[in-house]
Design a protein around this ligand. Sequence first.
Ligand SMILES: Cc1cc2nc3c(=O)[nH]c(=O)nc-3n(C[C@H](O)[C@H](O)[C@H](O)COP(=O)(O)OP(=O)(O)OC[C@H]3O[C@@H](n4cnc5c(N)ncnc54)[C@H](O)[C@@H]3O)c2cc1C
Length: 331
Amino acid sequence: MPDDVYDLTIVGAGPTGLFAAFYAGLRQMKTKVIDALEQPGGQVAVLYPEKYIFDVPGYSKILAKDLVKCLVEQGFQYNPTVVLGERVTSMHRINGTIELGTDKGTRHVTKAVLVAAGVGAFSPNRLEAKGAADYEGKGVYYFVKDKGTFKGKNLLIVGGGDSAVDWALNIKDIAKKITLVHRRDVFRAHEGSVAELMKSSVDVKLFFEVKSVSGDGSNVTQAVIYDNRSQAETTLDVDAILVNIGFRADLGPIKDWGLQIDGREIRANGKMETSIPGVFVAGDIAGPQDGVKLNLIATGYAQAAMAVNVAKAFVDPNSKIFPGHSSEMKK
Ligand SMILES: Cc1cc2nc3c(=O)[nH]c(=O)nc-3n(C[C@H](O)[C@H](O)[C@H](O)COP(=O)(O)OP(=O)(O)OC[C@H]3O[C@@H](n4cnc5c(N)ncnc54)[C@H](O)[C@@H]3O)c2cc1C
């Protein structure tokens, strides 16, 4: 087999995919994890990072974003190949391996696949203002890869959720100036963070939206914002715009992979095997036969352990499904 063939490729880096990555590492599988988002953590990271979770085994309560940190630390400890910002669009069986194609035109070849795609691939809601699409990646951002990007900049942040508020607070001391526009006067963010924002140096403009974005061709230089009550417009000089107006999830092409699908679930047996040999499923997207559908993090963990151990025996028929306990395996 060529070097670039992985034992297991996990589609989705939500809690299920991250725990599966850990388990695959423990089982010494050559592992790859692919997620459409630029950050791991799935729903937990993008939909409710500031909420407490009370039903994760081992924690009486844990802040969602802290759980993601722990999952990443545990999940990536065996150094799987991690591919972020790529959405898997196709899956084909070719000569005993499985080939996954992505929206970035890349191919990933693997002996087994674990689909841990949750409620579908997340993508950020795009700013619909005139000119915003032309400046995406040229000053208009939907994710912060490195907050140093905004050092000394006139930054406009768009949004009123946890991400917008947290980033404003996080970047305010390195940016030259931050203006935050939100279309309402109620935030969907942690109230302590909102109180801190309102007292900070960030210029918060409530009931404001972005009308248009313009620039010099290579970078954004201006944004026209308007008061959605009076329609009065204001022009801001900006070097960067960070848009945090939520995410949408879409199962999309998974439906065309030849798997047995029922509504939003991929059918599986009790071993988390799908209708295609070598393709396993776990987490919110899994519909195990005769199972009760419980879309919980704990359910995904258990299904991930099951799927990975069965996948290990699929890839290497000499290995056992149950390897023993981690306390005995790990030094
Ligand atoms: C507001 C809210 C509160 C919740 N509170 C709790 C709670 O208190 N306790 C609890 O146990 N559960 C809770 N849940 C449910 C819990 O978050 C989910 O059960 C859990 O996130 C499922 O994990 P997952 O990894 O299976 O899927 P997801 O978290 O949905 O992750 C799937 C990942 O796969 C990626 N993906 C999908 N398709 C593709 C593709 N084609 N290519 C590449 N990547 C892809 C997505 O981008 C995503 O990152 C809550 C959910 C919500 C919305």
